[in-house]
Design a protein around this ligand. Sequence first.
Ligand code: G3P
Length: 271
Amino acid sequence: MGKVLMKIFIDSADLSEIKQAYEWGIADGITTNPSLMKKAVNKCKLDGEDINLKGYIKEILLISKDTPVSLEVTETTAQRMIEEGRKLYEMFKEFGNVNIKIPINPSFEENNLTHFDGIKAIKKLSEENIPINCTLIFTPEQALLAAKAGAAFVSPFAGRVDDNLRKRSGMNFNKTDYFPMEGISKNDNGIVSGIDLVKQCVQILRQYNLKTEVLAASLRNTRQVREAALIRADIATLPFDVIRNMLKHSQTFEGMKKFTADVVEEYKNLL
Ligand code: G3P
């Protein structure tokens, strides 16, 4: 049984969110992706700030104090992802514990010829001792190949699996709605929920004592975080709001109201 409690990464490129999570003392790392970068850059622009992305990323790395920070490549062929991964790593490695995010498969559709380019890039960069976080994992077999190619982390996208299962069964849902871990349909390729995908990745990689860590990604609510911990994911990467919501409960509020109302003068005079 693992003795290290599940690590919490913040899934954000927003400096104020990242600062806050590290000030609270609960962040063990940071994951970013091009969409999160775009959101952060647009927010700076809206605030009238002239953003220098290199400086901005350095600030993220300084806050992270040597905990792992994922930066994602944007290219879509093996050669270019390798070149971009090397450059990103070299550019930022002195400021922190950078790892490079590579998609398991950079193709956009079946007809593309680049289905193995993610694996090639993971293999090459891992051989150069650049830690890789393999992203956009939707099956345990993708995780298996990524681990085999040397990825330090594999990121199964739990919430997006749930989106897909709900869409296919014609359900209406909100992005943050809870999805039952045990699933809702039979037509699911043996992966009954996003958390089930994470669980299967954990089982396979642990079974063979691989060093690759399972990083549960695309988690959208607190109950999924609980389930990720129950199935012993190594890491859960969480949007800032999910981290905040983990501490809230109406009965905790009620309890606090009553306890503070019940404090007697004698108790206060003790101190
Ligand atoms: O960590 C991956 C994450 O950023 C994707 O989340 O909610 O867009 O599926 P989401």
